[in-house]
Design a protein around this ligand. Structure first.
Ligand SMILES: Cc1ncc(COP(=O)(O)O)c(C=O)c1O
Length: 374
């Protein structure tokens, strides 16, 4: 019965795999001290301003949220000098990707992107029957703008770029973005997923999409990463009002929820928390790179809050993941991203990173022997 109900393209679709939850690891392995370095979250937690606003909102939970999210949109409009009509909000940036799929993609439409990027988008595009055309990343693990430009066809409807990319942490530069836009016809929609924007914008040649004005570019950002609000699911998108009006038509009216809207407003008011977050990230990133290089890994240079390394085989990745779990450290194997031979480590607090280094020190002697690195 279910088989007949679902369209053919849903039958092959795999369910998204998230990072392993802390409670699950605690239960399975009988551990109490756990460091989750698996989902690129903010290890410092939410801003106290966000907590204050969300707590206040708890007394109003018998009410529906403001479906126009006036307060949050106004705040974003003020910061980015936009009109409310240029802003869409959703349950995380992934929620907005779902609106994009619903509004603009039909079975058979072609979506052009790269291999080894954010799987959530692949799943959403496939869930409405769109066809993914994926070109390989460059040798240095970056979106290949030349290959993308060469592969634009009559059928291309949407181009998806994660900048910076997850899971590689790499980015396309300003000149590469210019090159790409010179080759994209104006009827093709370009999604610029900037989930790690707040970390990336420190780079001089990083193209902040808000410095450009293209009617066919949609910017996606989130409160889940640098703002530390993954749990309440708030994402935002900026674009031409025509694009936004279509997304608004397919949007569920009360997303994001009441608590999320309030938390996001609080987070935007707490610049010092964001600065602390970036500062911790930069310091821990440098330490992590130094540690990994000392242990003879070659980390992919990242401008985000995570680092990916090559283990060399699927077996080595699984081994490291499993043995680190025994030590209470959750990292991310990248099988679902078709990067079996790699693992990803999110940057944590000083204490969490110490836990990671101690766990690695405990695991590496056997690992090195087993995988011929000794
Ligand atoms: C590149 C990228 N885009 C989007 C998301 C989804 O974020 P959100 O929590 O806003 O849905 C993630 C989360 O890992 C991501 O890495």
């Amino acid at each position: 019965m279910q088989k007949e109900l679902a369209p053919a393209y849903l039958k092959e679709l795999k369910v998204y795999q998230a990072g392993k939850p802390i409670d699950e690891v605690a239960r399975e392995r009988g551990l109490t001290k756990i460091s989750k370095l698996a989902s690129n979250e903010n290890p410092l937690g939410p801003s106290p301003y966000a907590i204050r606003e969300m707590t206040r909102g708890l007394w109003d939970l018998h009410r529906y949220p403001d479906m126009h999210a006036y307060q949050l949109k106004s705040k974003l409009a003020e910061i980015y000098n936009l009109k409310l009509e240029n802003i869409i909000l959703g349950n995380g940036s992934e929620g907005i990707m779902a609106y994009i799929a619903r509004a603009f993609l039909q079975p058979g439409d072609e979506v052009l992107t790269c291999e080894n990027t954010f799987i959530g988008f692949y799943i959403l595009a496939r869930s409405v029957g769109a066809k993914l055309q994926k070109v390989p990343l460059t040798e240095d693990y970056r979106f290949d703008v030349k290959a993308l430009a060469q592969n634009i066809s009559e059928q291309t409807k949407v181009i998806y770029i994660a900048n910076p990319n997850n899971p590689t942490g790499t980015y396309i530069t300003k000149s590469e973005f210019d090159y790409l836009m010179e080759h994209v016809p104006s009827h093709v929609l370009v999604i610029l997923d900037e989930a790690y924007f707040e970390f990336a914008v420190q780079q001089e040649d990083y193209p902040d999409s808000m410095d450009y004005r293209y009617d066919n570019v949609l910017t996606l950002r989130t409160f889940s990463k640098a703002y530390g609000l993954s749990g309440v699911r708030v994402g935002y998108g900026f674009g031409h009002e025509d694009l936004i009006s279509y997304l608004t038509k397919v949007k569920l009216p009360f997303e994001p929820n009441l608590v999320g809207q309030l938390g996001a407003v609080g987070a935007l008011e707490d610049q010092p928390h964001l600065e602390r977050t970036i500062k911790n990230n930069t310091k821990r990133y440098n330490e992590l790179i130094a540690y990994l290089e000392e242990k003879n890994f070659q980390p992919i240079k990242s401008i985000t809050n995570f680092v990916t390394i090559k283990t060399g085989s699927a077996e080595a990745s699984d081994y490291l993941f499993d043995k680190l779990l025994d030590q209470g450290v959750i990292i991310r194997p990248l099988k679902a991203n078709e990067m079996n031979e790699y693992i990803r480590i999110s940057i944590g607090t000083k204490e969490e990173m110490k836990h990671f280094y101690e766990a690695m020190d405990a695991v590496l002697p056997e690992y090195d022997k087993k995988f011929g690195r000794a």
